[in-house]
Design a protein around this ligand. Structure first.
Ligand code: NDP
Length: 285
């Protein structure tokens, strides 16, 4: 049965651009009250402005536990309830594992993993307290949650950690009637690859995506699938079903996965598909 969303309250992190902003707009159009959180407040204001009293922009760095606590306090002060959390804030890191600094690795997990955990810790009690609430947590993982993409190995690890948390919580909270959904987009046309290039110190990679063009999606396409899952909760959202099928084969056949990943690493290193290589390397460390 499709759930009624009118006047229900959702908190979305990473709502200043991309998938988060597109989801915020769709949730608003569906009648929800939307709390948009991120660090770039001017962009947040632009997302929230058309929403009038149904929207709220909150400056929040998800790495900071206190700021996340304040985000949820402000939500309750403004709207008096909480129905859905979409822990979406995150970024990519385009570096070989052995060439990633400790600082880069820690910051990645502080945002993608601990940022998600901060939202769960502060948001969950409020979802519980909300009478007749939707009790739904969505976590933006990735299609890379099941395998270590060359040059995105640590990013894939951070996304796998989010998927594991979602899986565990789905079982842990079922008796309390919670839904926990992990979202697994493939390459989506957002600021993601630009942000990854900056975080990796590799500006020349800003226009490189991981995904064959036929599988690429827009933020709006992904947001449409997310809204559908809020209406009818499901365990996992794979916005691109064909990619889901292909990646499922890689999970089932690790030998095939290793072969495909080796080929991908060679392509990245040389720009040509047919050249042999001794292993993955960055073209420009
Ligand atoms: P964008 O770069 O467009 O959006 C990322 C959002 O995260 C921005 O709003 C950014 O806001 C926010 N963010 C980053 N760091 C923090 C932080 N420390 N605190 C608060 N907010 C933060 O990319 P996408 O929309 O594509 O990314 C959204 C999610 O989708 C991410 O988790 C990403 O890993 C995942 N994903 C994306 C894919 C893609 O191909 N685009 C594929 C698979 C998964 P601000 O900088 O203002 O803080």
């Amino acid at each position: 049965m499709s759930r009624k969303l009118t006047d229900k309250v959702i908190v979305i992190t990473g709502a200043s651009s991309g998938i988060g902003a597109a989801t915020a707009r769709l949730c608003y159009e569906a009648g929800m009250r939307v709390v948009c959180a991120a660090r770039r407040t001017e962009m947040l204001e632009q997302v929230v402005e058309p929403m009038g009293v149904q929207g709220l922009a909150v400056a929040c760095d998800v790495r900071d536990d206190q700021q996340v606590a304040a985000l949820f306090e402000q939500t309750i002060r403004q709207f008096g309830r909480l129905d859905v959390i979409f822990a979406n804030a995150g970024y990519g890191l385009n570096r070989r594992v052995d060439r990633t600094s400790n600082e880069q690795a820690h910051d990645l997990f502080e945002t993608n993993f601990f940022g998600t955990l901060h939202c769960i810790r502060h948001g969950l009690p409020l979802l519980r307290q909300t009478e007749a609430g939707l009790r739904h947590i969505l976590i933006c993982s990735s299609a890379a949650s099941d395998f270590g993409l060359p040059n995105y190995g640590l990013y894939a690890a951070s996304k796998a950690s989010q998927k594991s948390v979602a899986q565990a919580m789905r079982a842990e909270l079922q008796r309390e009637n919670f839904s926990v959904t992990s979202v697994h987009p493939v390459g989506t046309r957002t600021e993601f690859f630009q942000a990854a290039a900056v975080a990796s110190g590799r500006p020349e990679m800003r226009n490189r995506t991981n995904t064959p063009m036929m599988f690429e999606q827009t933020a709006e396409q992904v947001a449409g699938k997310i809204l559908k899952a809020i209406r009818r909760p499901k365990a996992e959202v794979w916005p691109q079903p064909l990619a889901r099928f292909g990646l499922g084969l890689l999970v089932m056949f690790p030998g095939l996965c290793a072969f495909v990943m080796r080929r991908k690493a060679v392509t990245r290193q040389t720009g040509a598909k047919s050249v042999a290589s001794s292993g993955p390397a960055e073209s420009n460390p």
